[in-house]
Design a protein around this ligand. Structure first.
Ligand SMILES: [Zn+2]
Length: 221
């Protein structure tokens, strides 16, 4: 614990005084543009990687950066609903990461025999496992895990589209969905590019990133 308390002291002595006025402005409310959904993994630090300030990111973390489909989990759906309807976030980012233990467990569910709660939670990545088994059966080791990490981000974006708080705004173009993967050992960040249909360097990805296929209303005949 000393390490944490020492860190707090350094923050109060070296960081806070220089930005005191900024921190005081935070008391008037929050107005983030981004809902950032990522894994609990301690090696993933969104604010550090993106150099974001307090107030920039509304962050939702859980094991495996999962978004259960509509009606399946109140905690995640409530956070999404609040961020959209109250805070008016413009972008929802689902960010997976390299060496994700959750995705390893999704690929190897036998490792979860002593973790019944984790096993139940990871059912929301069942489609990820199924897609890897059926479509990427030739992959092994790290390549297989990397594919699962990327596919899982796409699966969770599909789940996001099932949420009533998201679907209408997505169709109106008021919110955009983004699928990212952060590789913490290199600092690389890749984003799903729907035109290329794979993950590319985030700077090269086409934006806005994902819309449901029915987002453009059919023209009347
Ligand atoms: Zn993870």
């Amino acid at each position: 614990m000393h390490r944490l308390i020492d860190g707090l002291h350094r923050f109060r002595e070296s960081v806070f005084p220089d930005r005191k006025a900024f921190f005081e402005t935070l008391a008037s409310g929050q107005d983030p543009d981004f809902l950032f959904i990522t894994c609990c993994d301690s090696r993933v630090q969104p604010e550090v990687v993106l150099q974001a300030n307090p107030g920039d990111l509304f962050i939702l973390r859980n094991i495996g950066n999962l978004v259960p489909p509509h009606g399946a989990d109140n905690s995640v759906e409530a956070a999404v609903e609040y961020s959209i309807r109250v805070l008016g976030v413009k972008h929802i980012i689902v960010c997976g990461h390299s060496h994700c233990g959750a995705m390893e467990a999704v690929l190897n569910p036998e490792h979860l025999s002593t973790l019944p709660s984790v096993a139940r939670w990871l059912q929301y990545a069942d489609s990820t496992r199924q897609i890897i088994q059926e479509n990427y059966g030739d992959l092994e080791g790290e390549a297989k895990l990397d594919a699962a990490i990327e596919i899982n981000v796409l699966v969770q974006l599909e789940h996001l589209m099932t949420l009533p708080s998201v679907a209408p705004r997505l169709m109106r173009g008021e919110v955009n969905l983004h699928g990212w993967v952060y590789r913490f050992e290199t600092g690389e960040l890749s984003a799903y590019d729907p035109e290329a249909n794979h993950f590319v360097e985030v700077e090269k990805a086409h934006l806005p990133s994902i819309r449901p296929v029915h987002s453009t209303p059919a023209s009347p005949r």
